[in-house]
Each structure stands twice: as structure tokens, then as C-alpha cells.
Design a protein around this ligand. Structure first.
Ligand code: SF4
Length: 375
């Protein structure tokens, strides 16, 4: 990281400016409000910097489903485990997926038993591995929100251009707007304002959120990841809530534009199309996923390895689904910090670097209880 980048980031970690923003939020808050940060990266940033403990008692931050590892359906995890167990396969994945529990095991246990499971930083690494190992089938576990989809698309385009017959992707890509609809239309919804994830918006823009804000009369503020970004996002949301306003505002304009990254969106649309998708702990959300288009179906690992008929068994204790919808907080889970820890996770939200349970345990939050819905 260059010294210029450090200097820029330090501006957004300035303690005096953060304190001034927090003081302003205290000044303008007169009623209880429940605000959801969608992104798990923002959840960790909030807890790491202690912002949740500096806000007025009346402001409750609830944690959303924006952790791709956490929402990858159990069936997909079990399919990944079945594929990775096969002798002629090199299974490639981001490191976060290694310890996510399937019905009976995880990718680490397959690697420990001699399976070829490799951690990569990009699907383009998996393409290289496929070129170097023409006698093996190389599979990339393509999970993620809109942020990671362009590079997954690029890998498929590249594989096709190279004529690779031994590369495929196991797809579990999800989109934010359908999840917001699902949360806001649920009968138990408590969310009154959203902090939208800045990195997703850097790709997709924020034009998709305008009809959501209008339909549900809810403020949506595009927010970054540094303490000052988060304080500013919360301040703008509270200001709107107190004024009865429901606009989409951009508090991350140094990165995000309304239109987003058009070439990246075109890349996504060339390779993928909307499809129904299951979210772990939440259930099916119509048209919330991005699946391979027909012309790229040769690269679909689910078809190539015939792993559709897998039955799953979810933990009976884990309440991650309720946590991902903002209904409960991690300490309300009876297994939190006892039966379920980062060494022995029972659910994906305890494994992922963006998972809410992992954040609460790592940063020592044990506050329990869910306040009544703010009126
Ligand atoms: S603490 Fe563990 S068991 Fe409980 S909800 Fe979180 S991941 Fe699931």
C-alpha cells in the first residue's frame, strides 16, 4: 500500500472527526431506530472500532445477510465436498470456505484425507492451475455477491477462449436487492433504514435501490468501510429517519457512482443471468442469484459432476438464519461461545471473516436481548 493510500485511509480513521460525527448523531436522535448494515465487512468494521458502543442507546444496528460464505446454501457446500472428494479433481476456493461446515464435514477434512483442495485468491489462479494440469478437472467455488461476480465471469470467458475442457465453476452467486426485498417484506421485519454495501455499489451503482426506497419508504445510504464512512452513513440515515424521509444517498462518493462500473456489469450480463437462489438459513429468494447462461453451461460444475441429488442435514442448534435477517443477535444463540466457537464452528457465521457470530466473539460483545421494534 502506498504512503498516499495510507494518508487517505487515515483521514477516514481520524478519531476527532469520528467523535464529532458520533456527537452529531446523539444530538439528532430522538426516537429508537433499527438500522441494518447489509455487509458483513461493515459488521466487523463497526465492532472492531467500537462504534456500536458509542452510538445512542436508541440506535440499534442489526446485521444483515451480506456475508457470502454465510449464505451459501448447505446443499452447495455438500456438493462442493462431494466434488472435492473425487480423485481426479483439484478443487479451488477462497480460504474462508475451507472450514464452513457441511452436513458431516468440511473442505479441510477432505484436504487432510488427501484430497486436492487448494486455496486461491482469484478464479484466474484456478485457470492457471487448469492449464498446468490437463489430466485433472479443476473446479472453482464461485461464491459471492455482485462484487466478485465480474472476475468469475472473466474466468469463464477466458476458459472458453483457451478451449479449456477441464475447468468449471460451482456457482452460488447472490445479489443484494432481492435480499432487501425479502427482508423488508417479511412479517417480522424490524429494519427501518439500510447502510448499503459500498463495494457492491462500486460495481452495480445505486440506481437499483431507488425503487426499493420508494416502495418501502425507507432510507438507503451507500456506505464505506472506514470508521468515518460508517459514522457518516449512520448519521445520514438517522437524519432521514428523524425527518420522515426515504431517499437513496451516497456517502461513499469517492468510490461509488449512481451508474456503477458499466464494463463490469456488461461482463456479468454476458456470462450470467438472474435465477432463483437459496440462502443458507433464510430460504429461497426468487431471482436473487446469478447462474450461468445456457451458452456457458459446459462450465457448470453442478452438471459436469452430477451432484444434484444430495440430501443435507443442518445443525439443529444454529440460529444463523435469524441472525442474518436481523431478528436475533449472536449472543442469543445458546451455543454462542460454548458449543460453537471459531475452533469448533457449528454454523457459517462463526467461520467467515465477515460472519456476525465470529465478529461478536472476536470483539468481545456478549450483549443479549433484542429490543422491541422501534415505532
Ligand atoms: S453461534 Fe454458532 S451455532 Fe449459534 S448462530 Fe452463530 S454460527 Fe450458529
Amino acid at each position: 500500500m502506498s504512503s498516499d493510500t495510507f494518508a487517505l485511509l487515515n483521514q477516514f480513521r481520524n478519531a476527532d472527526l469520528v467523535k464529532a460525527g458520533i456527537a452529531e448523531i446523539h444530538k439528532i436522535t430522538t426516537r429508537p431506530w433499527a438500522i441494518m448494515e447489509i455487509c458483513g465487512g461493515q459488521t466487523h468494521a463497526i465492532l472492531r472500532s467500537g462504534l456500536d458502543e458509542l452510538l445512542p442507546e436508541k440506535i440499534e444496528l442489526v446485521h444483515g445477510p451480506g456475508c457470502p460464505v454465510c449464505v451459501t446454501p448447505l446443499k452447495l457446500i455438500d456438493q462442493a465436498l462431494a466434488i472435492a472428494s473425487q480423485p481426479n479433481v483439484i478443487f479451488t476456493t477462497f480460504g474462508d470456505m475451507m472450514r464452513v461446515p457441511g452436513s458431516n464435514r468440511d473442505l479441510f477434512s477432505i484436504k487432510a484425507a488427501g484430497g486436492q483442495v487448494r486455496i486461491v485468491y482469484s478464479p484466474l489462479d484456478a485457470i492457471r492451475i487448469a492449464q498446468e494440469n490437463p489430466d485433472k478437472q479443476v473446479v472453482f467455488f464461485a461464491i459471492g455477491f455482485e462484487t466478485t461476480v465480474p472476475v468469475n465471469a472473466m474466468s469463464v470467458i477466458q476458459a472458453k477462449a483457451l478451449g479449456l475442457k477441464n475447468y468449471s465453476i460451482l456457482v452460488s452467486q447472490v445479489c443484494v436487492p432481492p435480499a432487501m426485498h425479502a427482508i423488508l417484506s417479511a412479517p417480522h421485519n424490524r429494519v427501518q433504514g439500510f447502510l448499503a454495501a459500498g463495494h457492491v455499489c462500486s460495481v452495480m451503482g445505486y440506481w437499483q435501490y431507488l425503487p426499493i426506497a420508494e416502495q418501502y419508504k425507507i432510507p438507503i445510504v451507500v456506505t464505506g468501510f472506514e470508521p468515518l464512512d460508517l459514522v457518516e452513513g449512520i448519521r445520514i440515515t438517522v437524519k432521514q429517519l428523524e425527518a420522515g424521509s426515504h431517499q437513496v444517498e451516497n456517502a461513499y462518493s469517492r468510490v461509488v457512482s449512481k451508474e456503477g462500473n458499466k464494463p463490469a456489469q456488461e461482463m456479468i450480463n454476458r456470462v450470467f443471468e438472474p435465477c432463483d437462489r437459496g440462502w443458507r438459513g433464510i430460504g429461497d429468494i426468487p431471482m436473487s442469484g446469478l447462474g450461468l447462461r445456457k451458452e456457458f453451461s459446459d462450465f457448470n460444475a453442478e452438471n459436469r459432476f452430477n451432484v444434484s441429488d444430495i440430501t443435507t442435514k443442518e445443525s439443529e442448534i444454529c440460529i444463523a438464519g435469524q441472525i442474518l435477517q436481523g431478528i436475533k443477535k449472536p449472543p442469543e444463540c445458546p451455543a454462542f461461545g460454548t458449543l460453537c466457537t471459531q475452533d469448533h464452528p457449528l454454523g457459517a457465521t462463526m467461520v467467515s471473516s465477515e460472519g456476525a457470530c465470529a465478529a461478536y466473539l472476536r470483539y468481545g460483545r456478549a450483549r443479549t436481548g433484542t429490543p422491541e421494534k422501534a415505532s
